[in-house]
Design a protein around this ligand. Structure first.
Ligand SMILES: [Zn+2]
Ligand SMILES: [Zn+2]
Length: 399
């Protein structure tokens, strides 16, 4: 018999040990309906119950997981579910009956708390958690053969100002990327050197979570010794080293905020001769006080005087190329938009330019002299049309 499990999944589901698959499923459905977060909004206790029930069902509904759980009173995804097959080592395998799991974990934790890591190459009396399963499941605890793997891609954010985005630019980025170790040329091994294990940082143990439980496991990489034999001392057996690097990046003309640029081969170096990853640069364009981008178009708001709007005028407006002339027709209203063709942003993919959209608004004159006042009074006497008549005719509620 296994020791009393910390989480009794059978109890959680309210079924007997050895219950049929069907009964387990029925029990789960009933409880899941009862404790489902959607039906118990804001109820933390129900949510916890739901999680426990789901965890229990996850294990008990899976034949191979259930097998492990029934034997050890415990299941973790870190244990290969198909590992308990005969043929790994002796045909019967070690006998785990009567093994006190709780006691074992306690010992492990005490070991963790007390004292420094064991010296190099010391055989551990208790053996690690993983070692036990390793023996039982026939897992090879020595490091697996290294296969060439592509290096990871790197992501970078880059701010450019408005003009850099319009005209394009060249920037030098300082990044940190993993490069192939020049001492071992990426193999990670070198003569008879001993390096501190990078996986566990020399402690010999790594922490893993299994559900709500936390376990200190013997480091698989160094078998709990905290040291790696024959490991390159320069890269501690990693084959790669993090290094600052500078990368020249050409920011294309007309780049939009949020664009992602790829610099091939400038990600992390691959392992065991695998290719490097790529570097991705996400561009953020800083705002301009007046020019605004709308795709390839530039939008700008331009004030007009009352006389310009009323009489019509030719005014100068700013564009990204400099000043341009814009004809304002007689009787222009606030909010009207004018288009300056091909005064927008260059689009390299389409090989076209956007437009500039000029949106005008009326600016009332500053009145601080008697002459202006006189003229405006005169204007008011002539212009007697009610500019709000259209609104008045439409705001009345239907009779
Ligand atoms: Zn190296
Ligand atoms: Zn280690």
């Amino acid at each position: 018999m296994a020791s009393t499990p910390k989480h009794d999944y059978y109890k959680t589901l309210g079924v007997e040990r050895g219950a049929e698959e069907d009964d387990i499923r029925k029990a789960y459905r009933k409880l899941a309906r009862k404790y489902h977060p959607d039906l118990n909004p804001g109820d933390k206790a129900a949510e916890d119950r739901f999680k426990k029930v789901t965890e229990a069902y996850d294990v008990l509904s899976d034949e191979s997981k259930k097998k492990v759980y029934d034997q050890f009173g415990f299941y973790s995804d870190n244990i290969p579910p198909n590992g308990a097959q005969p043929g790994a080592g002796s045909s019967s395998g070690p006998n785990f009956e009567g093994f006190d799991f709780a006691e074992f974990l306690r010992q492990q934790q005490q070991h963790q708390r007390g004292g420094p890591p064991p010296p190099f190459e010391e055989e551990r009396g208790g053996g690690g958690f993983r070692d036990i399963f390793g023996q039982f499941f026939g897992r090879n605890s020595s490091r697996q053969a290294v296969h060439p793997e592509r290096g990871a891609d790197l992501e970078y954010g880059l701010n450019v100002d408005f003009w850099q985005s319009i005209k394009g630019t060249q920037v030098k980025l300082s990044i940190s990327r993993q490069e192939t170790c020049e001492v071992c040329h990426g193999s990670g091994s070198s003569g008879n050197h001993v390096a501190v294990c990078p996986e566990c940082d020399g402690s010999g143990t790594v922490t893993q979570m299994a559900g709500a439980m936390k376990f200190n496991l013997t480091c698989n990489r160094c078998n709990g010794t905290g040291r790696l034999k024959n490991a390159c001392p320069n890269c501690r057996g990693e084959g790669r080293l993090s290094r600052p690097d500078s990368v020249e990046v050409r920011i294309p003309q007309g780049v939009a905020s949020g664009s992602r640029l790829r610099v091939a081969g400038k990600g992390n170096a691959g392992t065991a001769g695998g290719p490097s990853g790529d570097l991705y640069i996400t561009v953020r364009v800083e705002d301009h006080p007046f020019f605004e981008r709308d795709g390839d178009n530039i939008v700008i708001q331009i004030p007009l005087t009352i006389s310009e709007a009323g009489l019509g005028a030719k005014i100068e407006v700013p564009t990204i190329d400099g000043r341009a002339l814009l004809k304002i027709p007689q009787g222009t209203q606030s909010g009207q938009k004018f288009r300056l063709r091909e005064k927008g942003v260059f689009n390299g993919r389409k090989n076209t330019r956007g437009d500039e959209i000029v949106e005008v608004f009326l600016k009332a004159p500053d009145v601080h002299d008697e002459r202006t006042r006189e003229l405006l009074r005169e204007l008011a006497q002539i212009q007697t049309d009610d500019v709000r008549s259209d609104i008045w005719s439409k705001v009345q509620p239907a009779a």
